[in-house]
Write a protein that binds this ligand. Sequence first.
Ligand SMILES: [Zn+2]
Length: 238
Amino acid sequence: MSIPILMYHQIDVPPPRGTRLRGLVVAPTSFVWQMKMLSFMGYRGLSMSELEPYLMGCKRGKVVGITFDDGYCNNVENALPVLLDQGFTATCYGVSGFIGGTNIWDRGIMFEKPLMSSRDWQRWLDAGMDVGSHTRSHAKLTELSDVEARAQIVDSKHELERAIGCEVRHFCYPYGAFRAAHQQMVLESGYVTATSTHRGRVHLGDDLFTLKRVMVARATHPLLFFLKVATSYEDLRA
Ligand SMILES: [Zn+2]
């Protein structure tokens, strides 16, 4: 069993050439063909919550996880209608301290873009999508004390649950940075999975708190998208 968990950030028109991290902004037209291609290939795109039984080996099927990091407004504006068109679900990992704010952690590196407000999150949730946590302040856990790291992991879960009114079962490490102690904290805080930025598809028996993902970037063309999802292309690069 190989389950690709796709990692997206923004679905939007790309910022000007030369902008750092421009590659993380996938064009809306690309996202449309990517979702159509998954359907055509017989895959179902699922949120982390719907993917749980597959990750745990209780269910089998041709499924793909769909995740968005950071919680940009353009996920609701540009990705949500496309997901609904295909009957797919997805998880968006929000930063609980910046609901309705901007990605100020990227200041000086990348354009600041609006992040989803409580109303946007509500729309996301009401459409059948899933909410995950990406800490309180997009913190690099490896630079924090254990006490601070635990607060980021625990408090973000409760803040998101309070603000959006749903259970938050899934975590995503900002910058893909974590140590073994953080995996343990995530588990102890009541999350059931955590995704990383390690490359590769998930295989049965993999640790649920260091799940690998498949990055989809602006430059991911259709052949590459196919290779990443349906072959061992990403696994070989892990
Ligand atoms: Zn992030």
